[in-house]
Design a protein around this ligand. Sequence first.
Ligand SMILES: Cc1cc2nc3c(=O)[nH]c(=O)nc-3n(C[C@H](O)[C@H](O)[C@H](O)COP(=O)(O)O)c2cc1C
Length: 185
Amino acid sequence: MKKLVVLTHPDIESSKVNKRWLQEAQNLTSEFTIHQLHKVYGAGESLDVKLEQEQLLEHQAVILQFPLYWFGTPPLLKKWLDEVLLPGFAYGRKKEDRQLTGKRFGFAISAGIKNEDYRREGRYHYTLEELLLPLAATISYIDAQYVAPFVLYGAEYDPTNPEIDDISQEIDDSANAYVEYLRKI
Ligand SMILES: Cc1cc2nc3c(=O)[nH]c(=O)nc-3n(C[C@H](O)[C@H](O)[C@H](O)COP(=O)(O)O)c2cc1C
């Protein structure tokens, strides 16, 4: 059984980090299905909930990949969580209402802000683990297994000034670690 990578990026063509990670995953299509929400659904389009649910059931593990936006998920991923994790499928009283029980959920996240700023004593006072608690609680609510995220911090760069904040080395370094993370889940 393959693993499912659900990638949410509103502009993957201009992306550096998620685009590179996507290329890595695309080399491993025997192991991973890559589902790009923004490629499948146009702006404002309804999700095919049945298809999304079936895909979840057909894969042994799920990796939600996204750039951190306002300390959370991009809106389309939030919509996906809202509309796909329905009662009677993801939660409910009866066992058959909880079809994702035990499924492993990992997270591959790019964050513009540097690691040292995601500390209690850092600039923004909260760790990423704390900021991701709603996702961890969601996974717990549906009786699935939360796998600690894979994160590339400091993924902010200035496309108009490539010499400043050139993070191409960090992205290169993250590529192997990303694949290792996907394989371990
Ligand atoms: C609308 C928006 C909100 C963002 N909010 C955050 C944030 O809360 N924390 C953070 O670390 N980076 C934030 N960023 C920076 C992105 O996470 C960063 O640009 C992205 O991870 C880079 O990945 P990419 O090269 O795949 O686009 C934000 C970017 C945008 C466009």
